[in-house]
Write a protein that binds this ligand. Structure first.
Ligand SMILES: Nc1nc2c(ncn2[C@@H]2O[C@H](COP(=O)(O)OP(=O)(O)OP(=O)(O)O)[C@@H](O)[C@H]2O)c(=O)[nH]1
Ligand SMILES: [Mg+2]
Length: 202
């Protein structure tokens, strides 16, 4: 099954996006397949509310491993099936904690095979701190890799926050030539455009 991977630095909103995007596409009871950085898998069924409570956090590196949900996306011309993969936060350099190192390696190992890569950036943080402070080297590395293939888009997240507008302007300046979609994982703003992008690249 074709995969749509959600990647980005820790705390940018990958998990909240994955949960709320699945709900937007009609999946309110999430059957999540977890794969730990050591390759163990287990499944759990969660409501949207339970998933938000348990799987998202204001603390970085809450997600360790890959969280996979299968989705049947309804469109004008029937349905398309794909796997939405939420992943661990990427860091600059080599993380000190071994579990985070292994989780990051696990994410990067799967990136090449994904049909679609949604690269999340926290636009509010960019607006507040500036591109150089808020982004990581890893964001430029991912964008460079993404630019060499199709199905790559940058999602400028947290657009519901006041500083995000200024952040979006900077993100557009830093990553010219890329598809950049402003969204809010919280309010689901911009999800129609993300759906259109995913549909086109499946
Ligand atoms: N206001 C606002 N907050 C958001 C948005 N998206 C995520 N958040 C918050 O940002 C924090 C991090 O969200 P997560 O979805 O856990 O972030 P993540 O990228 O999965 O983080 P890791 O798993 O640690 O890499 C949580 O407190 C979320 O509620 C958004 O669009 N708007
Ligand atoms: Mg997460």
């Amino acid at each position: 099954m074709r995969a749509c991977m959600v990647i980005g630095r820790a705390n940018v909103g990958k998990t909240l996006f994955a949960i709320n995007f699945a709900a937007y596409l009609g999946v309110s009871r999430l059957e999540v397949e977890f794969t730990t950085p050591d390759g163990e898998t287990y499944r759990r069924t969660l409501t949207q509310k339970e998933a938000v409570e348990e799987l998202t956090s204001p603390e970085p590196h809450h997600t360790l491993g890959v969280q996979r949900v299968e989705i049947q996306m309804p469109g004008l011309k029937g349905k398309k099936r794909f796997a939405l993969l939420d992943t661990s936060g990427l860091t600059d350099g080599i993380p000190e904690e071994s579990i985070i190192r292994r989780a990051m390696a696990q994410t990067l190992a799967q990136v090449r095979d994904a049909a679609i890569i949604l690269h999340l950036i926290d636009a509010s943080s960019v607006g507040r701190h500036g591109a150089v402070e808020a982004l990581g080297q890893v964001d430029w590395q991912v964008a460079q890799f993404g630019g060499m293939r199709t199905g790559y888009a940058i999602l400028a997240n947290k657009m519901d926050l006041p500083e995000a507008g200024a952040g979006l302007v900077q993100i557009r300046r830093e990553f010219p030539g890329h598809v950049i979609l402003p969204i809010s994982a919280l309010t689901k703003a911009g999800f129609a455009e993300v759906k259109q992008f995913v549909w086109r690249h499946l």
